[in-house]
Structure formats: C-alpha cells, structure tokens
Ligand binder design. Structure first.
Ligand SMILES: NC(=O)C1=CN([C@@H]2O[C@H](COP(=O)(O)OP(=O)(O)OC[C@H]3O[C@@H](n4cnc5c(N)ncnc54)[C@H](OP(=O)(O)O)[C@@H]3O)[C@@H](O)[C@H]2O)[C@@H](O)CC1
Ligand SMILES: Nc1ncnc2c1ncn2[C@@H]1O[C@H](COP(=O)(O)OP(=O)(O)O)[C@@H](O)[C@H]1O
Length: 462
C-alpha cells in the first residue's frame, strides 16, 4: 500500500504539477492507497483535501492516523461534502484522485456510491484513478453506466482486463503500470497482463553476424493452401521473407500463386502423413494451417510430431490437437477460432480475452497469441498485451502475414515467447506504417511491405 500510494503521488506530481488535489478514499485498500498518496503529496508541498469513508481495513486505518499525524484530517465522504469541496474556489484547475473502489469491488454499485460517481463525473475536473476507475469490474470488458471517467489511471502489478479491452478501457484514460515488483506467479494467478515497451521488444530481435548466409538465416516451410484459399500460404511466405528468413518454401495441396519469385512453391499430395515430405530435411521452423482446408487437423498433428518450432494457424486450430503440441509451438487463434478451440461462443472469448488466452495456454501449451486489436499473449511466464496496429488491418490475410512473421522469427532462433512478442509487435507496427499510407484500404501485402521499416523503427526507437 505504501509503494502503491507513493507511485500515485509521483504520477500525479509528474502529470498534474499544479492545482489543489482532492483525494477520495473508499473503505478498502484502494482507499488506503489514496490516504498514502495524500501524505506523499504533502511532502511534495501540494495542497490536499481528503474525503474518506469509514474503513475496517487495518492498513487504511493506520494510514488515516499517519495522515492525521502530519496535519491532515480526512473529512467524511458524503455526497454533500463532495459537492461542497468540488464547487469550492480552490478546486478550479484542481485534480481529483479516485480511490473509492479497486479490485475488491463486487458489482453492482450500491446507490450511495453511484451518486458519488455521478458527482465526480459531472464536476468536469480531471480525475486520476487508483488501480482502476471506480465502478469498473476489474475482470470485465463491459462499461457500466456508473463508473468514474478518468483522464489517467495508475494501476499496480499488471493490466487488468477492464483496462485493456473496450468499452471498459475507454473509461480509464491513459493507463500506467506502477511496478510493485510482483512475482510472475502473481501475474498468472491474478490474470493481469504485462505490456512490453517497444525498446524491450527491440532488445529481443535477432542480431545477425556479417557472414550470415541464406542457410543460417532460417529455412522455413509454409504448409497450407487449398482450392479457393491458395493466397493464404503465399501471404505467410511473404511475411517470413520480410522478417529476414533465408529460404522460404510453400508446400500445398493446391496451386499457390507465386506472388514473389523468392518463394519456392511446391505442390504436394496433402495426405495425413505428409508422405511427400517424409524424406525431406526438415526446416528450422514452419507454419501450418493457412488456407489448408478440411484435412488440416491431421496434417497439423503430423507436423507437430516433428517437434520443430511451429506456428499453428487458421484451419489447423482444431480442439483435437490439445495434447499434441510442445513448448516451441505458437497457436494463433482469432476470437472465432479461440471459441472453437475452447468449445465456447465468440462473445465469451471477447468478454474475457485474458482468461481465454490463459485457458488456451493451459490446454494447448506453448505460446498462445489471441489476435485482435489489442492482441493477448499467454506464455508459461504470464500474460502480455500488445497494443497498436491500425483499423485498416481488419481485412483478410492479415493473420496469414502474422503467421509467416512468427515462423520467420522462430527460424532465426527466437524462443516461442520472444518470437510471439516480437512478431506481434512488428506486425502491428508495420500495420501502423502501412495504415498511414493506405488508410482503410490496407492490404496484407502492404503490411508485409512495411515489416522491414517497422523493424528498423523499433530498433532505432522511432
Ligand atoms: N492486491 C495487492 O497486492 C495490492 C492492492 N492494492 C490496492 O488494493 C485494492 C484492493 O483492495 P480491497 O480488496 O480492499 O478492495 P477495494 O476495491 O479497495 O474496496 C473494497 C471495498 O469496496 C466496497 N464495495 C464492494 N463492492 C461494492 C459495491 N457493489 N458497492 C459499493 N461498495 C462496494 C466494500 O465495502 P463494504 O462492503 O465493506 O462496505 C469493500 O470494503 C486494489 O485495487 C489496490 O488499489 C495496492 O495497495 C497494491 C497492492
Ligand atoms: N483493428 C485492428 N487493430 C489492430 N490489429 C488488427 C485490427 N484488426 C485486425 N488486426 C490484426 O490483423 C490480424 C487478423 O488476423 P485474422 O483474423 O486471422 O486474419 P486472416 O484470417 O484474414 O488472415 C490479427 O493479427 C489482428 O491482431
């Protein structure tokens, strides 16, 4: 609570360096954080007013006494008091700190709290919420009518679903994560997500020596394509080339168009055992499923038995593959495919992408990339959220490009976790660059064309 409250005070000082601060403390630990923040703000020579609900929480009680010891008496938090303070002259240009409710809130909001939330929102003042805007259910992407509308939120340990996914996330404003040095097990247990900076992603990208050649830069296979969906493995192949893969081959049961002559396209008999490929030297990594058609689960099972780094996408994302994966597999469902894998509906996935990703990872192992805007990643080490991209990416073939990017990175020696973290961000960054040129008319080929620029931008910190 001490570290959390101090982080709130530091954040406020940085983002709102002037103006009176009204801190609202609820009855739980969230309110305790507000009381701690008030004490640290005093030390920063800020003028504060504190309105607090009575609390049975021992640490909150202690922090109220500590605040009193440094000269600030918390007044009772009632609708009348709140209105009086908010309309006072001192609040002109001031800031409200919302410490009413945090993760202990169990909806629905009781009427007396609803009234307080309404008064805060009507004040027109900037609000900094502690952990999450009061009224939001931390684990839910829905936005209830009565929820504080924050300009900024300082959250702790990791991102809660309500801070990531819309429409709830729209109430949180700009979200910062204060590092309370929580252990990775806590992140997994609490189902909160981590977000890596672009600099952290860039540090994971493969680095090549000057004597690299095509044989050392990753031999990649794309296994996919079926009459009607032959473009999918070709788009994936292009994605792999654009992240620097040395040799990219496509194996398909149908005639795949040669969208770029650097791809080696092979038409093979796509039987369950992939007999045509049995005697080939296996690649460094592969992606399976893009436009593969009806026989995809069996083909994927054969490919997975080779235990080489593998991306499983699209038609190959079938529930019967549970138990057939290994540590170096990246599963890349969109919400519809995730619903198929877990035997639930798509709205159930979109209502709780963090827990869906976590369930998928525990069922299928390896690394899961639950695609969307944002994408949610689940690995054995925790949950990650990757923002970015462009609305123009809502077009067919974007996922195929991602599969190729991921396979290309796996083939250059990245672990499944690092390939997923880097690949998803490279893809979304390329989408941003391509979106700036093409708007909603963006195609998957355009995105591939910007992957190199995206890579350089991440490395240069642009
Ligand atoms: N975990 C950690 O490691 C850390 C946690 N930290 C902090 O702790 C926070 C979680 O604290 P928490 O568990 O005390 O819950 P919190 O949200 O403050 O309030 C619970 C109170 O709300 C009330 N209430 C509930 N439902 C209600 C309703 N429908 N309508 C109205 N009221 C309702 C209920 O009151 P009662 O029913 O008792 O009257 C209950 O007492 C977390 O968000 C973060 O800020 C940090 O210090 C950093 C480390
Ligand atoms: N609005 C958006 N913002 C960011 N990324 C998006 C958006 N819409 C789609 N994407 C990305 O585009 C890709 C779409 O994948 P998918 O649905 O599998 O496409 P397809 O099956 O047509 O190849 C995902 O990586 C997803 O994250």
């Amino acid at each position: 609570m001490e570290t959390a409250g101090r982080a709130v005070a530091d954040h406020l000082q940085h983002h709102f360096p002037a103006g009176h601060v009204l801190l609202l403390a609820g009855s739980g630990a969230n309110g305790g954080d507000a009381l701690v923040a008030a004490r640290h703000l005093l030390a920063l020579e800020r003028e504060v007013t504190v309105l607090a609900q009575p609390s049975k929480h021992p640490l909150s009680q202690l922090n109220k006494r500590r605040l009193s010891a440094v000269g600030v008496e918390a007044q009772t938090l009632s609708a009348a008091n709140l209105r009086r303070v908010l309309t006072g002259a001192q609040m002109v240009g001031g800031v409200v700190v919302d410490g009413l409710l945090g993760t202990g809130f169990v909806p629905p909001l009781r009427p007396e709290l609803s009234e307080l939330v309404e008064i805060i929102n009507q004040s027109g003042l900037k609000v900094l919420s502690i952990d999450l805007p009061s009224g939001l259910d931390a684990s839910n992407a829905q936005r209830p009518e009565a929820a504080v509308r924050a300009a900024q939120t300082v959250t702790f340990g990791g991102l809660k679903p309500a801070l990531i996914y819309g429409p709830a996330a729209h109430a949180a404003g700009e979200v910062s994560v204060a590092d309370l040095r929580v252990p990775p097990e806590w992140v997994l247990r609490e189902a909160v997500a981590l977000r890596l900076t672009d600099a952290e992603i860039a540090a994971k990208l493969p680095v090549r020596f000057a004597d690299a050649h095509k044989g050392t830069a990753g031999r990649i296979w794309m296994v996919g394509g079926h009459p009607g969906t032959v473009g999918a493995p070709a788009l994936a192949g292009l994605g792999a080339l654009r992240v620097g893969a040395g040799l990219v081959s496509i194996y398909s049961g149908a005639d795949v168009p040669l969208i770029t002559p650097e791809l080696m396209v092979h038409r093979v008999e796509m039987d369950d055992q992939l007999s045509a490929l049995e005697n080939e030297v296996k690649p460094d990594a592969l992606a399976v499923g893009m436009g593969l058609g009806p026989n995809a689960a069996q083909v994927a099972r054969t490919v997975l038995s080779w235990t080489i780094p593998t991306v499983v996408d699209a038609d190959a994302l079938q529930p019967e593959l549970a138990g057939h994966g290994h540590d170096q597999v990246i599963w890349t469902p969109h919400p519809g495919e995730a619903a198929r894998l877990l035997g639930v509906t798509t709205p159930e996935i979109t209502a709780g992408p963090l827990s869906a990703a976590r369930q998928l990872q525990s069922k299928f192992g390896g690394v899961v990339v639950l695609k969307g805007g944002p994408s949610t990643l689940a690995t054995g080490n925790g949950l990650f959220v990757s923002r970015g991209g462009h609305p123009g990416m809502a077009s067919a073939g974007m996922g195929d490009t991602l599969s190729g990017i991921l396979a290309g990175l796996l083939g250059q020696g990245l672990s499944a976790e690092d390939a997923a973290l880097c690949g998803v961000r490279l893809h979304s960054k390329a989408g941003e660059l391509a979106g700036a040129k093409h708007g909603y008319g963006l195609t998957a080929t355009d995105v591939s064309g910007e992957v190199g620029a995206a890579w350089l931008a991440l490395v240069r910190g642009a």
